[in-house]
Design a protein around this ligand. Structure first.
Ligand code: FMN
Length: 315
């Protein structure tokens, strides 16, 4: 890297969590982290978010679980994972050696499950914090997702806040009416940061057989097709809360990441781009560095939320 500006220029703070650069590997697209160790130097990433973890192991959905779509993909993995106990015994000891902050993505189907998993993982050595996936059905409230209702978002966030003093980042769903109100509920509940967007609900159909392509019928849409949705939601969220926002959705290159930073994100997560190029996050880090130099900017924070609105733009 040419260092007319030094590497500290890439540092960002997510509240109490300091990152060497703003590029994070997104949950469910990077295994438990260690799987990518033979492919890229993980210590160069800002952070890694693990695959979503539940209290007990889960087998996930019937196949097919993924299918390609125009400028993206649909997945219905069904949150398959090894569960907390196996994670702590088998995965975490290896992750501790990676020299990269590890955020553990967690989910549950009741408030109690969220509280319990946060209690068991929050203050464990080697875990830098928790990313809370709230795009799961709330079984005690008729099965609509926690993320859809500000009251449930507040409840789940405060449940976790009371269970641990760890850094918590609540991950929002785009499948909601008013993202600003949802983000405020997470902030009021005690979130240190907000990340978004999770996938959008989608359906792929085979017209010849007239059957759904995925075993689960519907799935989550990700990839470049969702970037404009992610950017709009990050922009709205950054104006609605004081805590830092982490943006994602369709980031494949440095320019995508820069757009999220300009929209108001303090950091970004790279998701299904890893399936095309495992080195994508490294290229993005280098691209951000080059952009700072080319635009004579001192550091990443000077870029965050720097969207220039035309005089007659709607506010
Ligand atoms: C195969 C796959 C599995 C995913 N699993 C999870 C998960 O376990 N927990 C979670 O919060 N998000 C999960 N996501 C969502 C991603 O972390 C990310 O929010 C989404 O894919 C949008 O980013 P992208 O367009 O860069 O992929 C998954 C996405 C994919 C493609």
């Amino acid at each position: 890297m040419n260092s007319r500006i030094d590497d500290t220029a890439l540092q960002v703070s997510l509240g109490p969590l300091k990152l060497q650069n703003p590029v994070i590997a997104a949950s469910g697209t990077f295994g438990y982290g260690e799987e990518y160790a033979p492919l890229i130097p993980l210590k160069r990433l800002g952070a890694i978010v693990t695959k979503g973890l539940s209290l007990e192991p889960r087998k996930g959905n019937p196949p097919p679980r993924v299918t390609e779509t125009a400028a993206g993909m649909l997945n219905a993995i069904g949150l398959e994972n090894v569960g907390v106990k196996a994670f702590l015994q088998e995965k975490l000891p290896k992750l501790r050696k990676l020299r990269c902050p590890i955020l553990v993505n967690i989910f549950g189907n009741t408030l109690q499950e969220y509280g319990e998993i946060a209690r068991r993982l929050g203050d464990v050595e080697g875990i830098a914090g928790l990313e809370v996936n709230i795009s799961c059905p709330n079984l005690k409230a008729g099965g609509s997702i926690f993320a859809a209702d500000p009251r449930s978002v507040f409840q789940v966030t405060s449940k976790i806040r009371h269970a641990t003093s760890a850094f918590i980042m609540v991950k929002l769903s785009p499948n909601v009416a008013d993202i600003g109100k949802i983000a405020q509920a997470a902030e009021e509940g005690g979130a240190n940061a907000i990340s978004l967007i999770n996938t959008l609900v989608g359906l792929a159909i085979d017209a010849h057989t007239r059957t759904p392509i995925l075993g689960n019928i519907t799935g989550g849409l990700s990839g470049p097709a969702i970037k404009p949705v992610g950017l709009a939601m990050v922009w709205k969220t950054a104006q609605s809360v004081k805590v830092p926002v982490v943006g994602m959705g369709g980031i494949v290159g440095a320019e995508d990441a820069l757009e999220y930073l300009i929209a108001g994100a303090t950091a970004v997560e790279v998701g299904c781009a890893h399936f095309i190029d495992p080195r994508a996050p490294l290229k993005i880090i280098e691209g951000i560095h080059k952009y700072l130099q080319a635009h004579h900017l001192p550091d990443v924070p000077s870029l965050i939320g720097s969207l220039r609105l035309k005089k007659d733009s709607a506010s």
